[in-house]
Ligand binder design. Structure first.
Ligand SMILES: [Fe+2]
Length: 277
C-alpha cells in the first residue's frame, strides 16, 4: 500500500470527512456495525421509495433484475446477508468502508470481486444532496448491477487493468472510464429504449431524469478511447453521457485495449471537452 491507514485517517480528518477512518483495517475495510437509528431507517426507506419510482421507468432491466434478486430495500441492508446472495449469483461480495478509500486498495478490492460500500447514511436534511458518497449511493447505485454476470466481470477487469493503468501513470484515463460507465453510463440496446445503469444516475433524483429524458442531454455513442480522453466534472450534471450498445461491448473493448499504448499516447494530452465529443 502506498499510503498507510494511519496517514489516510489523518488526511481524512483534516478534510473533515465523516467516516471513522481510524477504525480501518489494513485493507481500509471496517465492520458494518448494524446499529442504525430509526431515523436512519426512515431516511433509507424514503430514499429508496422515491428513487424506485424513477428507476422502475428509467433504469436498464439488468439493474432492476439485480434489485429483485437482492431485495432488502425496505430496510438498511445487512452487508453479510447481501454478500451471501451476491456470491451465489456472480461471486461478488460487499465490504464496509468508512467512505472514499485510496485508489490502490479500491482497485485491489474490485480485482478480487469485493465492492466497498460506505457504512453510514446521509441525514434527513441531506435527502437531495450530499457531498461525500454515502451508503445510499454506494449500495442503491452500484450493488444491484453486480448481480449481472457480464457487468460483474467488467468490474473485476476494471480492478485489474485499471489498477495496472494507474501504476503506469494512467490514473486519469482509468478514472474517466469508471466515471462514464460505472457512474454515469447509459445503455441503448437494439430495438429497446434508452436506459441508465450508472450509479451516479441511479442515486440521483434529478440527474437520472435529465440524462435519460431531456433533449438537452448530450448522448454520445460509446467508444473506449474517446471515453478515456474525455474530461469530467463532479458536482454538476454531466455534459456528455456515453451510450453503450451492451455490457458485452464494454467488457470486450476493455479486454482488448492495450492500456500501455493508450497511456503512452494520451496521458499528457489535453483532455477532450465533454460538450464537444
Ligand atoms: Fe460511486
Amino acid at each position: 500500500m502506498t499510503i498507510t491507514v494511519e496517514a489516510y485517517a489523518h488526511e481524512c480528518a483534516a478534510q473533515g470527512l465523516r467516516g471513522n477512518y481510524a477504525a480501518c483495517q489494513a485493507d481500509f475495510t471496517v465492520e458494518q456495525r448494524y446499529d442504525y437509528s430509526d431515523e436512519d431507517q426512515e431516511v433509507w426507506r424514503t430514499l429508496c421509495d422515491r428513487q424506485t419510482q424513477l428507476t422502475s421507468k428509467l433504469a436498464h432491466h439488468s439493474y432492476l433484475d439485480g434489485v429483485d434478486a437482492l431485495g432488502l430495500l425496505d430496510r438498511i441492508p445487512d452487508f453479510h446477508e447481501v454478500s451471501d446472495r451476491l456470491r451465489k449469483l456472480t461471486g461478488w461480495e460487499i465490504v464496509a468502508v468508512p467512505g472514499l478509500i485510496p485508489n490502490e486498495p479500491f482497485f485491489d478490492h474490485l480485482a478480487n470481486r469485493r465492492f466497498p460500500v460506505t457504512n453510514w447514511l446521509r441525514s434527513k436534511k441531506e435527502l437531495d444532496y450530499i457531498v461525500e458518497p454515502d451508503m445510499f449511493h454506494d449500495f442503491f447505485g452500484h450493488v444491484p448491477i453486480l448481480s449481472q454476470p457480464v457487468f460483474a466481470d467488467f468490474m473485476q477487469l476494471y480492478g485489474e487493468k485499471g489498477g495496472a493503468a494507474a501504476r503506469m501513470g494512467g490514473e486519469q484515463l482509468a478514472a474517466r472510464l469508471y466515471w462514464y460507465t460505472a457512474e454515469f453510463g447509459l445503455m441503448k440496446e437494439e430495438g429497446a429504449p434508452l436506459k441508465a445503469f450508472g450509479a451516479g444516475l441511479m442515486s440521483s433524483y434529478s440527474e437520472l431524469q435529465f440524462a435519460v429524458t431531456s433533449v438537452d442531454a448530450h448522448h454520445v455513442p460509446f467508444d473506449l478511447e474517446t471515453v478515456m480522453r474525455t474530461n469530467y466534472e463532479i458536482d454538476k450534471f454531466q455534459r456528455a453521457y456515453f451510450v453503450l450498445p451492451s455490457f458485452t461491448a464494454l467488457k470486450e473493448s476493455f479486454e482488448q485495449a492495450d492500456m500501455a499504448q493508450l497511456i503512452e499516447r494520451w496521458k499528457d494530452a489535453e483532455p477532450l471537452d465533454p460538450a464537444a465529443v
